[in-house]
Design a protein around this ligand. Structure first.
Ligand code: 4NP
Length: 162
């Protein structure tokens, strides 16, 4: 991330190969469209199962259909330093949120929340894990991530994201 970034957002799921890289690609794309080049984005997993791997091919294919590229991303695990590097750490589901809160050093900088908090009109509050399901789960991830990204971009634009 570059030094002109004044707000840094970390998107987190379990494996960092399906939901959070999808959110990473979509949010970056929407920020670029909105001209918010002062917002930095990264993603990570709470687990170490897939370190160094590219996103799941099903996520990459579903995102590509919506004009979002994911193939350059590589999985990494959340580390303690992330809690002082990022302003916002956004969990895809409640288990990810619990795991993050358990890892968070006391007095850390980051605000740790659910990503879907930024889509208050959505019918769900979590992005469900699509890994063991079919193609429709990957489409649902994109729909939810698009909604939360739109809400977050709007709040960042208006300076009310805290
Ligand atoms: P993600 O999906 O947390 O959205 O990246 C998963 C990826 C891999 C596994 C579980 C969820 N896994 O058990 O390997």
């Amino acid at each position: 991330m570059s030094c002109k970034e004044t707000v840094r957002v970390l998107l987190v799921c379990l494996g960092n190969i399906c939901r959070s890289p999808t959110a990473h690609g979509v949010l970056e794309h929407r920020l670029q469209e909105a001209g918010l080049d002062w917002v930095g984005v990264d993603s990570a997993g709470t687990a170490a199962y897939h370190l160094g791997k590219a996103p799941d091919a099903r996520s990459t294919a579903a995102a590509a259909q919506r004009g979002v590229k994911l193939a350059h991303l590589r999985a990494r695990q959340v580390v303690a330093a992330d809690f002082d590097t990022f302003d916002l750490i956004l969990a895809m589901d409640a288990q990810n949120l619990d795991d993050l809160r358990e890892m968070a050093p006391s007095g850390c900088l980051a605000s740790v929340r659910l990503f879907m908090d930024f889509a208050p009109d959505a019918t769900v509050s979590e992005v469900p894990d699509p890994y063991y399901g079919g193609v429709s789960g990957f489409e649902q991830v994109l729909d939810l991530v698009e909604a939360a990204s739109a809400g977050l971009v709007d709040q960042l634009h208006r300076g009310v994201w805290r």
